[in-house]
Design a binder for this molecule. Structure first.
Ligand code: TYD
Length: 137
């Protein structure tokens, strides 16, 4: 089942277009509800690969499939859902307590990630039991 419960975490940005093609704008203080400290992008992922498998203590993220498509499985201990990112205008906001797994990457998928904190391996919760201990109940 695609997104339903977590729809509030999806922001639709506008596609600005003219005869030359399309343009979509992400503005730090307007579109994204946190200060962007880091940008990375995931690409060249094989379609049978599932990655992520973690939550965070502090980091908030915005995911945009700027090319192609992929799916994101989310679990915040209360709700689990699968969200299809198939448009460069769709911005999925992940809270620190969203356990996430990305899968079903199209061969042309470029998944852009904007993050609220610099990379810090100590901010990752990679063990699901630990995730439930921290955020469950
Ligand atoms: P990883 O967290 O395994 O990716 P995913 O969550 O998509 O499965 O990251 C892959 C590698 O890249 C890992 O060695 C950590 C490193 N990395 C950084 O150095 N900086 C970063 O900002 C990110 C996201 C990852």
């Amino acid at each position: 089942m695609e997104s339903e419960a977590l729809e509030s975490s999806i922001i639709e940005s506008t596609m600005l277009g003219d005869e030359r093609g399309h343009l979509t704008v992400i503005e730090a203080e307007n579109t994204i509800p946190f200060d962007i400290k880091r940008v990375f992008y995931i690409y060249g992922t094989l379609s049978n690969i599932r990655r992520g498998y973690h939550a965070h203590y502090k980091t908030r993220q915005a995911l945009i499939s700027v090319s192609g498509s992929c799916k994101v499985y989310l679990d915040n201990t209360k709700r689990k859902t699968d969200i299809l990112l198939d448009s460069p205008t769709k911005v999925l906001i992940l809270e620190p307590n969203d356990w996430h797994e990305m899968y079903d990457f199209s061969s042309d998928c470029v998944l852009l990630v904007l993050a609220s904190h610099l990379y810090d391996s100590a901010d990752y919760i990679r063990d699901y039991d630990k995730f439930i201990e921290v955020y469950g109940g």
